[in-house]
Design a binder for this molecule. Structure first.
Ligand code: CTP
Ligand code: MG
Length: 228
């Protein structure tokens, strides 16, 4: 099967609070989104890189993407939620891909994705019947609040992971799962709702998502360390 990357990039970055959506802000000399796109396009095992842009996006066309090569495929198919953007992207992909092809959904806002992370994910899931996602074990002690910011309980953390992306599932199964479960915050949740257990593939803290302005400094540091 082929490996198709789908990058939802139709968010507005409301928590970041910048003038433009965070995926277009400059990070280490490039628009933030370009880092992950370059890694995906350069990876020999990724066949196509579909980017789900907001229908009204005017930023994408302001940059020159030709250096990333022919795998890159921007589509103005974004929706009102991340899940809707992904679902719309899957409709585009279904026009030319096969049901059993793998789709790797990766947040535009995770710039520090590396080739090694992709190799680990693809190798681990190659023969997996379900698929899975990059994730990281929780390090901090976890507290559950009672609604008034008081601790109701301490939650054992040994079994707790933070979900990252890419999340890698077969095209047809993922599309079907999202049709049945459109209000999820990640793809794995939809697969879980279908009664399956996605595989957690350990990745480090370097694969962070830029959500708040202070995340930019850390992302820049990580990119420098990776030498990209
Ligand atoms: N995303 C999307 N379509 C949406 C909302 C989000 O494609 N309607 C994308 C974002 O562009 C981002 C990824 O989903 O790459 C993860 O979402 P998040 O970090 O929440 O980004 P935003 O939604 O843009 O930020 P915020 O929630 O702070 O507004
Ligand atoms: Mg969001």
């Amino acid at each position: 099967p082929r490996h198709i990357a789908l990058v939802p990039a139709a968010g507005s970055g409301s928590r970041f609070g910048a003038q433009m959506p965070k995926q277009y802000l400059p990070l280490a000399g490039q628009p933030l989104i370009r880092h992950a796109l370059a890694t995906l396009c350069a990876h020999p095992r990724i066949d196509r890189v579909v980017v789900a842009l907001a229908p009204e996006d005017l930023y994408w066309q302001g940059f020159d993407w030709t250096a990333l090569g022919p795998k890159l495929m921007p589509v103005h198919c974004g929706g009102a939620s991340r899940a809707a953007s992904v679902r719309n992207g899957l409709w585009e992909i279904a026009g030319w891909a096969r049901p059993e092809d793998w789709v790797l959904v990766h947040d535009a806002a995770r710039p520090c994705l590396s080739a090694a992370m992709l190799d680990t994910l693809i190798d681990t899931l190659a023969d997996d019947p379900v698929g899975g996602l990059l994730a990281q074990k929780v390090a901090d002690t976890l507290k559950r609040a009672d609604g008034a910011d008081r601790v109701e309980a301490t939650v054992p953390r040994d079994a707790m992971w933070q979900a990252q992306t890419p999340q890698m599932f077969r095209l047809a199964r993922l599309a079907d799962a999202l049709d049945r479960c459109p209000d999820v915050t990640d793809e794995a949740s939809a697969i879980e709702a279908a009664g399956l257990r996605p595989r957690l593939v350990a990745a480090g803290a370097a694969n962070l998502k830029v959500t708040w302005p202070e995340d930019m400094k850390l992302a820049e540091l990580i990119l420098q360390t990776q030498g990209t």
